[in-house]
Every structure is written in C-alpha cells, then in structure tokens.
Design a protein around this ligand. Structure first.
Ligand code: GYE
Length: 334
C-alpha cells in the first residue's frame, strides 16, 4: 500500500484542492449533477452520508469531527449519519455494514486500523455505495474505494526525525509513545522517523502504544520513567500532541522538567500542543492538518455526480519550533 501510495502521490502532487481539479463545478453547495455512480445524490435531493469516525481520542480528532460536521451540513445538501467507534475496529466495520443496510448514498470512513477492510469495502461496492476515505489509509486495494483525502504520515515522521537528527549529536536515549497499534499514522510515523535517525547517536530504548490519548501517553510514560529513571531518558517522540501532553504530566510528577531534562517531539500542532511548545515544555511539533471535511464533501458530490476524481489527495503539513509556534498560535483555529 505504501509504495503504491507514494507513486500515486508523485503524480498528484500535494495540494488539497486538486481533488476536484478535474470536476467542473463542485465547490458550490447546490450544484450536484444528474444521478450517477452510487446510490443517489441527484438533483436537489439531500445526500445521505454515513460517516464512520474513529472515536474521540484526541484534540486532532475533535477538530476533524467538527470539520466534517461543518462540511456535511444540511445547508450544504447533506444528511450526515455519524458513528463514532470509540477506537474499536470491529465496531467501526459493523457501523459501515449498517450504513450499507440503511442504503445511504455514500460512506466516508476514517479507518482506525489499516488492515481488515476488504470484505466490507467489497460489500459496499456490491451495493453500489461509493466509499471515500478521510484521514487514515487502508491496506485494501484502492479499487475498493473511490478516493482518499489525508496526510503524508511518513513524511511527518521523517520531518520529526530530521529535526531530532540535527538536534542530538551526542548519545541520546529516546522513548517512543506510539499511536494506535495497526493504524496508518502509527505505522508510517514510526517508519519515517526511524529512517531519518538511522546512523545518528539516537537510540530507541523503549517504544509502546499510548493509543493516541492523553491518558495513554501519561501512563506509558510513567512506566518508562519507572523503568529507566528520568535520568535515563533524554528524548520522547510522541506520535501525537495528546500523548506528548500526557508525558509532560508524568515527567513533572517524576520531578523532572519537560522540554529541558527530557526533550519532547510530537505531531499534530493542535492548540494545546502549540501552547506547550510556546511554554517550552515541547521542543518541536510537526503539523497534521485535521481540516479535511470540505475536500471530503467535494469528493462525495463529485463521485455521486459520476465525475472522475483523484484517487489520492494529500494535504500539506508544516512544522513548528518555539518561535514559529509563538507566531502561529494566535490564529490557530483548532
Ligand atoms: O494524529 C491523532 C489522532 O489519524 C492523523 O489520529 C490522525 C491521528 C492524529 O488521534 O491525534
């Protein structure tokens, strides 16, 4: 999947709004063309969309849910049937199955994990209900879904690793707070980071999943601190801000100073994370943009109108050190 994805990426470039570049007029809200493709969506009819969200594990997720709710609004011609799977892959697949049974016009999925999607995607295809993926990717064949809009998680990990490689030129003990096991961002952020620090004096002494949550990050970090001691850890790489924020609490409770005694790198750049960076408790953040709703909604309309759409749309991310975070924070919308 990864290789396939990267080659697709090379073709489509990295701009969010290329998604509808080949469609004629999908930006407006009331312009859905004659029915085509899936199970509906023609004329002025309301488009019913089932959205299978991962859960509510993080600040990033809240911003993503809000972006989806705004884009798939009644005003924009949608009826959104929202399901939150509470990070349970089986419950998420069951939700998609129930959308198929309800006969929705289209299904949008933010897949919790990469594997296990083939059967239910095939069922959606048999029912002629188009599926758009948002945020995370799947390992299933891309013939089984219409389009995916998301982020380049491997590049995010790589950017984080490149910063670490430059910053840490002496032997460095690093611990990793991984995202949800089996999820695309956990897999790819690990791979990108590891490749970037290869050959540097940074040694990964421990790595465990904190499930992308603040509590998870805190308790895994408590375990690391107990095992290695605050003096035995120089650097934390957290796959998202929330786990980094949990780690800060654990480090402070252990009597050490986050951002100084133990440096912290995270991914997401949500407000709380950016505030911690401004406060000097986090040292570097790679952005992951959660505002994918508008592009997802455009894709749904275009696919239902029978238009050709890009298979892959990658939204570009930035990275922030303390000075950049200070500048960006006042205008941060999430
Ligand atoms: O980084 C994390 C969230 O899939 C990109 O999921 C998303 C990740 C995000 O829980 O905070």
């Amino acid at each position: 999947m990864r290789k396939q994805l990267l080659s697709t990426l090379a073709l489509v470039g990295v701009m969010a709004l290329t998604a509808t570049g080949c469609s004629t007029d999908t930006a407006d809200n009331d312009d859905v063309a004659a029915p085509g493709g899936g199970g509906g969506g023609g004329g002025d009819e309301v488009i019913t969309v089932g959205f299978a969200q991962t859960g509510s594990e993080s600040g990033w997720r809240s911003a993503n849910t809000e972006s989806m709710n705004e884009a798939f609004s009644e005003e924009n011609g949608f009826e959104l049937v929202f399901n939150s799977a509470d990070n349970d892959p089986a419950a998420q697949i069951a939700a998609v199955r129930s959308f198929i049974n309800q006969g929705v016009d289209a299904i949008v999925i933010a897949p919790i994990v990469e594997d296990g999607w083939d059967d239910v995607l095939r069922e959606a295809q048999d029912a002629e209900i188009p599926v758009i993926l948002e945020d995370r990717t799947v390992t299933a064949s891309d013939d089984l879904y219409a389009s995916w809009v998301g982020l380049d998680f491997e590049l995010e990990g790589q950017k984080a690793g490149e910063w670490a490689a430059e910053e840490f030129t002496e032997p460095t003990n690093m611990v990793v707070l991984e995202g949800t096991t089996g999820s695309a961002p956990a897999n790819d952020r690990a791979a990108g980071f590891d490749a970037a620090i290869e050959g540097t004096p940074i040694e990964k002494i421990d790595s465990q999943s904190g499930d992308f949550t603040r509590d998870g990050g805190k308790s895994v970090m408590e375990g690391f601190l107990q095992k290695h001691g605050a003096d035995g850890i120089d650097l934390v790489y957290a796959h998202n801000d929330d786990m980094g924020l949990g780690a800060i609490e654990a480090i402070e409770a252990a009597g050490a100073v986050p951002g100084e005694d133990i440096k912290i790198i995270t991914i997401d750049a949500v407000r709380d994370g950016m505030q911690a960076l401004v406060d000097g408790k986090i040292n570097y953040i790679v952005e992951c943009n959660p505002l994918l709703g508008e592009t997802a909604a455009e894709l749904v309309k275009a696919v239902l109108a029978g238009e050709e759409v890009e298979k892959t749309t990658i939204v570009e991310d930035q990275a922030f050190d303390q000075a950049a975070a200070e500048e960006a924070l006042p205008d941060r919308t999430y």
